[in-house]
Design a protein around this ligand. Structure first.
Ligand SMILES: [Cu+2]
Length: 158
């Protein structure tokens, strides 16, 4: 009788072991957030800070999520005195210096929002890194006053 119980417990425990043994990623993702979108806005953007705690440079290759029809990696560039957005193939994350995705700079573009982003809600995004692999984050939607944050830059997005 005792033996049977023990075997049962063992069988229950074993499937969890491989998950616990997984290598921790070398990329930490801090404060993922997005700004509240006006009701009619088609697009939005998500921001966060990527910190590489490993020794090798990694690259964010893509982001995906159900929140929008298309999710792309973007940056802002000045062209003839006009701030423009450009799609980028990857975002490099080097050890030592945090890589900031923020308004006016690098961002994760949410094209074709399925519903407006309301302050206080959260939505998941999956980020895929070249070395660290895929990881999921919860993005918090902040109110419009998030524009007044010290790290924000020229605002414009659409
Ligand atoms: Cu963009």
């Amino acid at each position: 009788m005792k033996k049977t119980v023990w075997l049962l417990l063992s069988a229950l425990c074993i499937p969890f072991t491989p998950v616990l043994a997984a290598e921790p990623g070398a990329i930490q993702i801090e404060q993922p957030w997005a700004r509240e979108s006006p009701p009619a806005a088609a697009n939005g953007a998500a921001y966060m800070t990527l910190v590489n705690i490993g020794r090798e440079t990694d690259r964010l290759l893509s982001a995906s999520g159900e929140v929008a029809e298309t999710v792309e990696l973007h940056t802002h560039l000045m062209e003839n005195n006009v701030m423009k957005m450009r799609k980028v193939e990857a975002i490099e994350v080097a050890p030592g210096e945090p890589t900031a995705l923020r308004p006016g700079g690098l961002h994760i573009m949410l094209i074709g929002l399925k519903q407006p982003l309301a302050a206080g809600q959260t939505f998941p995004l999956t980020l895929r890194f070249e070395k660290a692999g895929a990881t999921s984050v919860q993005v918090t939607v902040r109110g419009k006053d998030a524009a007044a944050m010290p790290d924000s830059q020229p605002k414009h997005h659409q």
